[in-house]
Each structure stands twice: as structure tokens, then as C-alpha cells.
Design a protein around this ligand. Structure first.
Ligand SMILES: [Zn+2]
Length: 308
């Protein structure tokens, strides 16, 4: 994967700790990690070598127009997006990115202890947690509540944070399928100490693996686009049984530090057929023209029936 940590606004001191930790996750879990703060890495040919791109506390305007287009195409081709902390404080004038990350940063109260409510236990990024998770961090408020657009994995118990602007509902980590790719975002990770916290590292690892489509690639509970009913099984049961048959992506221009990244490359095909149906569903409901879309009718109807 590619970790991108360019900042044109506030720069978090924890970026280096985060980068070190993600590299170690890669070593321990068999995926290669490249890191850059150079927006020139965002070309079609270079991005094609990665299963996911991690925006690690990026801030401000970090990509140019052609680089933005390249990244949009990458996601539309099934690429994964992982946003961490200030990734929501990034690219305010690129609306497509705002949709990808899910919500833009608004403000934050002073860092403090809070209790998180674990809303999803079947996603790999939260499956290791109990019903609540108490920890110290900087708790972002967002410009609007993303709950209607994403599948919320964690929210802040509003009674435990002083100074929040989010009212009674405060999503803080989520996933969704977006424009052909898998997106995962967590607002956690402000502090250096976060990156030495096993539960947080497991959270990030699960986000990376699901965004990359390695395991449990479906964002659970997104009824409109998830064809399978929610089951009590663990996310591991949703892992692809085989990924060996897919074709390799072009080699990245940036040399991976770990050749095991081919494992990630091989899993790409698992994510390709299912992710572009949101607009089709909207069309079918709104205008009744499903019958005109011969090739998609069966798929769309199966999804609509299966999600109730
Ligand atoms: Zn911060």
C-alpha cells in the first residue's frame, strides 16, 4: 500500500509514529508499505501498483487537478482508501474527496478521555473490541453528520466528551463503498501514544485490510448495496477463499520495501463486480426503468430483496 502524509496545513507530530507503526504492521502481516509526501506519486501507473492508499493525517490542498483525477480513477477501478485523523481536514474544495472521506473536519475540543461506542462487531477494524472502548485522543467534530452516507463503526458517547459540537450523535470511524472502491476512515490517531496502542493498531490494520479488499471487504450493514444479509459470523468468514486467479497489476514505479505486497495485488479481483450499483438502485426505485437495464436487473433486484 501507499501511505501519503503530505500536509499543506497543520502538521501532526504523530505522522512519523504512525508511519513507523504502519510499516511494522506491514512487516507483521505480509504487505508492503511505501510512503511518500510527493503528490507526483498520484499517477495512474503508480497508483495501479497499490491495493490501498492511506491518507495519514494529511491536511489542506495536497493534490493537483490531474493527480485528483488519477486518484478518482484508481478508486473507480476498485482501489482502497484509508483515511486517518486529519485526512478529514484535507481537500475541502475537492467534493469527490469529501464524499470519499465521508465528512470534513469542523473543530475539536481539547484532547481528553472518552468512551467510544462500538456499533459494529462484524467488521475487522472493530471485531477485537467490546461494546465500549475507553481511550484518550483528540475527538474531531465534523461539518455534518455522515451517518446517512456511511456505515458507522465507532461513535463517541457524547456524555463523555466536553466541548463536542456534534450533539447527541457523534460518529468517529466508519466505512463505505464509494464510487467503485472501499473506503474506511477513523478520526482516531492524533497522539503519538495512539500508535503504540495495540487496540488502535488492530483498528487501523482492519481498516487497511478491508479497504484493500483482503478480508471482509464488504462494509457490513450498508443495506442498499450489500447483497448478503447480516450474519453473526466474524468478518474472517467473509474473507475471500482464494485470490490466486486474479491478474497482477502493473508494478509500482516506487519499489515496494516488501515483496509480499503481491499478496495484496492478487486480491484485487475480489472487489470488482459489486461496487457500482448504488446509482442503479436509485434509478430503479425512482423511475422504474430497471427493465431497460437488462444486464443489471437480476443483480439489482436480488440486492433489494436481500437487504430487508
Ligand atoms: Zn489532531
Amino acid at each position: 500500500m501507499l501511505v501519503f502524509s503530505k500536509t499543506s496545513g497543520f502538521r501532526h507530530g504523530s505522522i512519523e509514529a504512525g508511519l513507523d507503526a504502519i510499516r511494522q504492521l506491514g512487516v507483521a502481516n505480509g504487505f508492503g508499505v511505501d510512503a511518500t509526501e510527493d503528490a507526483a506519486a498520484f499517477t495512474a501507473s503508480q497508483l495501479a501498483g497499490y491495493e490501498a492508499v492511506v491518507f495519514l493525517s494529511t491536511t489542506g490542498d495536497v493534490l493537483g487537478p490531474e493527480q485528483e483525477t488519477a486518484f478518482e480513477d484508481y478508486v473507480r477501478n476498485g482501489g482502497g482508501y484509508v483515511g486517518i485523523h486529519a485526512a478529514a481536514d484535507t481537500e475541502y474544495d475537492w467534493a469527490w474527496y469529501g464524499g470519499l472521506v465521508g465528512a470534513y473536519f469542523l473543530s475539536h475540543p481539547v484532547p481528553q478521555d472518552a468512551t467510544l461506542l462500538v456499533e459494529e462487531h462484524d467488521h475487522e477494524s472493530t471485531a477485537h473490541l467490546g461494546d465500549t472502548w475507553e481511550r484518550f485522543d483528540e475527538w474531531y467534530d465534523f461539518r455534518d453528520n455522515p451517518r446517512d452516507r456511511v456505515h458507522v463503526l465507532l461513535s463517541v458517547d457524547p456524555a463523555t466528551v466536553v466541548g463536542s459540537q456534534m450533539g447527541g450523535d457523534h460518529p468517529i470511524a466508519w466505512c463505505h463503498d464509494y464510487d467503485g472502491g472501499h473506503a474506511w476512515y477513523t478520526a482516531l490517531g492524533h497522539t503519538d501514544e495512539s500508535w503504540a496502542e495495540p487496540a488502535f493498531l488492530q483498528h487501523v490494520l482492519g481498516g487497511i485490510r478491508t479497504a484493500a479488499g483482503i478480508a471482509g471487504a464488504d462494509c457490513p450493514g450498508k443495506a442498499a448495496i450489500d447483497p448478503s444479509p447480516t450474519t453473526p459470523s466474524t468478518s474472517a468468514a467473509d474473507a475471500p477463499t482464494t485470490a490466486a486467479a486474479s491478474s497482477p497489476s502493473p508494478s509500482p514505479v516506487i519499489t515496494p520495501v516488501d515483496t509480499a505486497s503481491t499478496v495484496l495485488v492478487a486480491s484485487r479481483a475480489e472487489s470488482t463486480p459489486d461496487e457500482s450499483d448504488v446509482s442503479w438502485i436509485a434509478l430503479s426505485v425512482g423511475a422504474g426503468i430497471v427493465s431497460l437495464i437488462a444486464g443489471s436487473v437480476i443483480v439489482v433486484r436480488r440486492r433489494r430483496r436481500g437487504d430487508r
